[in-house]
Ligand binder design. Sequence first.
Ligand SMILES: [Zn+2]
Length: 287
Amino acid sequence: MIERQTDHCEYLQFEQFAAVPGLVHAVFTRRKGFSAPPFAGLNASSVTGDDLSVVERNKAAIVATLGMPLVATKPVHGAQVAVVERETAAERSGDWLEAFRARLRIIEADAMLSDQPGFALCWAYGDCAPILLYDPEHAAFALIHAGWRGTAAGVAPAAVAAMTARYSSRPAALLAGLGPAIGACCYEVNETVRATFARHPLAWECARFVQRTPDPERADATGLFLDVAASNYQQLLAAGIAAEHIDDSGYCTGCRTDLFYSHRCEPWPSGRFAVAIGLRAEASMKS
Ligand SMILES: [Zn+2]
């Protein structure tokens, strides 16, 4: 990935996305930013206990880096997909952004799609897989939040199918970026996780588990370790995305708490790193 930085942010970019004119995206690391330990430094989450005014400063730095405001639905570890579009009527009546955000905030969805310019879809992550999609033929984009539950529910293929339904996207033409997520090196799971995957045929077929010596310090140790990123990589392939169009960051959040936050591998509480994707207004190619 390409490493970049601004005054208060450090971030990584997928090469194939960075090459698209007008497409804005970033996988922010935890470096820089303003949060104090244990959230140090660019924590983007306001729900794990960090000082809210500091989180706002971090978010302002993220917004300044991207050059566009952030919007998001409410992630609930499911497979629901939301189409994110401004309402022209709301835009004409004052604070469109606040109205837009308020409307999205109550929508429960772990995948967001859009083809509108001028804002960035953005969530905060800490082990769950951030997946970015871009359709170069229709200038449509998506952001996915795939923790173990979302992966077991097939949220990534659901997002690809929704892009096809909404924007006539061809899966073979889509570009995908698979960001930092927890790997089999760090993520021992319990029997509930295995059983949940087993109930979803595609998720089960794509799931990448590794059997190893159980962690003696875990009461529910099974010796079964889940690779969240690899499981999602398989799901993206199964959804029809070409292997040469999938960029995998290769980072395990648990192994790299110097760069990212990890819910599993850091003591509670910890921060969450931001991942965002959007289009600049002048880049709208929709005819
Ligand atoms: Zn690891």
